[in-house]
Design a protein around this ligand. Structure first.
Ligand SMILES: CC(C)(COP(=O)(O)OP(=O)(O)OC[C@H]1O[C@@H](n2cnc3c(N)ncnc32)[C@H](O)[C@@H]1OP(=O)(O)O)[C@@H](O)C(=O)NCCC(=O)NCCS
Length: 147
């Protein structure tokens, strides 16, 4: 079974931080006092996380991490969708994130576009009215859902 759990700012860090530390080599920071964190568990094992917070006129998402042994099963996509659903439920006008250049394709799948880039990081943005959580829209796979 796969389950997701949201944590209000400042809570749930005992479950979030081991995943963040294992994947991103980063621990708690000042943004955790402002951010909603989400954790996904697979068969009871906490294996993926990410967070969402409000700053400078936009919602930001970040610290997305999936434990290596749980990747390529759609859990990163699930975390991203949970974060976007949360932003949407707060009537977000703009959602932004910073990522490495090699990850832009992952976020572009759900509509993020590059807003700014330098050698080390890329800022991507998605207007709230363009959030689309319909799995099938834009997908070119030939699966039974399309027929
Ligand atoms: C990036 C990360 C979260 C993806 O998690 P994941 O669970 O392996 O990804 P998923 O299985 O949900 O992949 C969903 C889709 O995104 C695609 N995808 C995954 N990584 C991608 C990348 N770097 N570039 C483009 N597409 C990517 C997958 O191919 C898959 O596509 P499909 O549905 O057409 O098959 C994970 O690799 C990770 O934790 N990386 C290290 C930490 C990191 O870089 N975090 C981001 C900080 S902003």
């Amino acid at each position: 079974m796969i389950e997701g759990q949201w944590y209000a700012p400042g809570s749930g860090l005992d479950e979030v931080l081991p995943i963040r530390q294992a994947v991103l080599r980063r621990g708690q920071d000042a943004t955790d006092a402002l951010a909603w964190n989400v954790v996904v568990r697979q068969a009871g094992v906490s294996c993926a996380t990410g967070r969402l917070w409000w700053q400078d006129g936009a919602f930001w998402l970040g610290e997305m991490a999936v434990l290596p042994e749980h990747r390529h099963q759609g859990l990163g996509d699930l975390i991203l969708r949970l974060l976007l659903f949360k932003a949407q439920s707060h009537a977000a006008r703009m959602i932004r994130l910073e990522c490495q250049l090699g990850l832009t394709g992952f976020f572009a799948r759900l509509g993020f576009q590059v807003e700014q880039a330098d050698a080390s990081a890329v800022t991507m943005a998605l207007p709230g009215d363009r959030i689309c959580l319909d799995t099938c829209q834009g997908c070119r796979k030939d699966c039974p859902n399309r027929r």
